[in-house]
Design a protein around this ligand. Structure first.
Ligand code: DLL
Length: 434
């Protein structure tokens, strides 16, 4: 059994990979220019035509694409294939109104699932494995992506989705799961629950975990590895570029190999947009060179990281990205859901509150907590506790509708939230992630 899913690609020489990327980029730029008026306009504005793009050395000439573009072009504005050629949509978590909607042709799905298969094989997966997928299924890409990859590898796939931890554990034990796929915080929670139920790490048959979709530390990795008795592998991706599997960790556990035959990665200075030399810390930008329905050229992920081409002992030559070290915008990931403070502010103002609020995020027992203190004005201030509790419950419901997760809301008396003399501090993230 090979330790690679696609050895030819995963261990390709740098020269051959550059050639492959260049060919694919040239074709992709033409495809996009001819089929997506939104892109044509962006490129025309920058004075670039497909004739200017002859290989990856010309990549920097293309305009960037941002989440704001995706929102503006919602829902069909970036579609590069007729809708009748598309077989699936997936969407980002946690945003209402104009969500990011990604489209897939059958070929796009096949490529995506093969990327996930590479991750599973890199974690030691074979057709003899039982792969328990407890990422969410549905619009979120985690469940469908790893599910598809697991099928490709030929693992016996348990499409559990997230939640119902007791049932997860029962299936894990009864069906002898060997690979666990979920967010790192859920893996830690499963580890804790197993212990509480009286199991020792050696009682389960798990050998590996493939964890991603949110930031996690090396300390957390060690904790999870100990509590479950496994080796824990990181996996990265975003809805815009298809989902999980843009990059994946190998046994060396020192960063994630990017599937460069499908995604060209660049690191830029988030302020100036200038491309930075290899090894620099900056914002990760991806160009998808094989996607048919929803190709993105120079998409700014807002994730801050470092790329390295140091030789990897696993034999793969694919460039490695570090764990994301933060974001160049204010997006937080809370219980796996992408949350912007502005979304919370919008709800508060819609509900008649002032923009005096404080968002506190923490991680307690491996679960993210979200506490929002909101100031009442003199009219809203009531001395009956029941009244305040009712108002708090209304706000919780409105925020839950917006974000999809339940916050704790604390209504506080007028003028009790400290006013700032400079930039207001509206978010305190106490999670020690980096
Ligand atoms: O989280 C896709 C995914 C699913 C990745 C399952 C891995 C496993 P989105 O919901 O669009 O997609 O969120 C994308 O999540 O820009 C990063 O900020 C963050 N993220 C994803 N993977 C990691 C990771 C999925 N391994 C956003 N480490 C990205 C840190 C991650 N952050």
């Amino acid at each position: 059994m090979s330790k690679y899913w696609n050895e030819e690609i995963e261990c390709m020489s740098r020269e051959d990979m550059k050639k492959l990327q260049s060919e694919r980029l040239v074709t992709q730029v033409k495809h996009v220019y001819e089929n997506v008026p939104y892109y044509k306009k962006l490129m025309d504005e920058k004075g670039v035509t497909p004739d200017d793009i002859n290989g990856i050395e010309d990549l920097h000439k293309l305009p960037f694409l941002t989440k704001a573009d995706l929102r503006e072009a919602y829902p069909y504005g970036l579609l590069a294939k007729p809708l009748s050629d598309c077989v699936r949509i997936q969407s980002t978590s946690g945003t209402t109104g104009k969500r990011v909607v990604a489209f897939y042709t059958q070929n796009d799905i096949d490529i995506w699932e093969n990327c996930c298969a590479r991750a599973i094989v890199a974690a030691g997966g074979t057709k003899d494995d039982v792969c328990q997928v407890c990422y969410g299924y549905g619009l979120f890409t985690g469940g469908p992506g790893l599910n598809g990859g697991s099928h490709k590898v030929g693992c016996l796939t348990l499409p559990m989705s997230s939640g119902n931890t007791e049932r997860q554990i029962q299936f894990m034990m009864d069906l002898k799961s060997t690979i666990l796929c979920c967010t790192p915080s859920y893996a830690a929670y499963i580890g804790e629950s197993l212990k509480e139920m009286g199991y020792k790490p050696e009682d389960n048959k798990l050998k590996a975990g493939i964890f991603g979709a949110e930031p996690w530390t090396e300390e957390m990795r060690r904790e999870i590895e100990k509590s479950l008795g496994i080796k824990a592998y990181d996996i990265y991706g975003l809805t815009e570029t298809s989902g999980p599997g843009v990059s994946f960790e190998c046994e060396e556990q020192t960063g994630m190999h990017i599937n460069e035959d499908h995604f060209i990665a660049e690191i830029i200075d988030p302020k100036t947009g200038e491309v930075l030399p290899e090894g620099s810390k900056g914002e990760l930008v991806f160009t998808s060179i094989t996607k048919e329905a929803f190709p993105l050229l120079r998409y700014r992920t807002r994730d801050i990281c470092v790329l390295t081409r140091e030789k990897c002992s696993c034999g793969r030559t694919l460039v490695k990205m570090s764990k994301p070290m933060g974001r160049s915008d204010d997006m937080m990931i809370i219980r796996g859901v992408n949350v912007f403070p502005s979304q919370i502010e919008t709800v508060l103002i819609e509900q008649g509150y002032s923009p005096n609020y404080l968002i506190e995020v923490d991680r307690v027992n491996n679960t993210d907590t979200l506490d929002i203190s909101v100031e009442m004005n003199a009219e809203q201030f009531s001395d009956t506790i029941k009244d305040i509790q009712k108002k708090e419950a209304e706000l919780v419901a409105a925020i839950k509708t917006m974000l999809g997760i339940n916050p704790k809301v604390h209504l506080v008396s007028p003028k009790s939230i400290a006013r700032s003399e400079g930039k207001a501090v509206r978010v305190i993230d106490k999670r020690k992630l980096h």
